[in-house]
Design a protein around this ligand. Structure first.
Ligand SMILES: [Zn+2]
Length: 215
């Protein structure tokens, strides 16, 4: 599984142009049908959206991979923006999971699980994205976040810095273009679909179900 653009035509173009590199080997992915259709809970209040991911197959190792748009996170039934909003409400605004669940119209147990995973993985997230922010540009010091009180806040600050670096690099390439990169979108594109999962840190994981089964 790998994270791809949220734009289906860009994904088709990448597949047909043999531009998507296999996560397991140096091969490239070619179109290989579709994964199973799922329902994703989007927005607040919840709007259910049916979604069928594209699939690619490596021309060298023959492994098939689900191509998950950066709108979604692996094994999560809610869109990534909602999970990211919950994380912000928890870390930046200090709200507990029950209040967040009420705000976002989601089950409390689901929100508690999101927050637990991010808390458990905060140190890994911090180090993974600190390395990216540092590597991304010689001007990284200008993007370096101020130290915060908790590991979670430091991790979120670094993910936001990573998004600013991506927007900055884009602007260097396309002067005059204004690009807003959300921290979760940038992080999903960089790290892959396992951003909000217990697995996938620090290394990516393959051969896992892309999205939760229908209930
Ligand atoms: Zn391969």
């Amino acid at each position: 599984m790998l994270t791809v653009s949220h734009d289906p035509t860009a994904v088709e173009s990448s597949l047909l142009g043999r531009e998507l590199i296999c996560p397991l080997c140096p091969g490239v992915l070619k179109p290989w049908g579709f994964g199973t259709q799922r329902t994703i809970r989007c927005g607040t209040p919840v709007k259910n959206q049916r979604f069928t991911p594209r699939r690619g197959r490596c021309n060298e190792c023959a492994t098939t991979h689900i191509l998950l748009p950066a709108l979604f996170a692996a094994r999560r039934a809610d869109e990534a923006a909602v999970i990211a909003h919950a994380v912000e409400l928890n870390i930046a605004a200090g709200l507990g999971f029950q209040k967040i669940a009420a705000n976002l119209d989601r089950p409390a147990t689901t929100v508690r699980d999101w927050l637990r995973v991010v808390k458990a993985k905060a140190t890994d997230m911090l180090s993974a994205f600190a390395a990216r922010v540092h590597r991304a540009t010689a001007e990284a010091l200008g993007f370096w976040p101020a130290p915060a009180d908790t590991v979670g806040a430091n991790a979120l600050g670094m993910l936001m810095a990573h998004a600013r670096v991506l927007a900055h690099v884009h602007q260097l390439r396309a002067p005059g273009a204004v690009l807003n990169v959300t921290w979760h979108h940038g992080a999903l594109m960089a790290h892959g679909p396992w951003l909000f999962s217990t697995v996938g840190w620090p290394d990516r994981v393959q051969h896992q179900p892309a999205l939760p089964p229908e209930v």
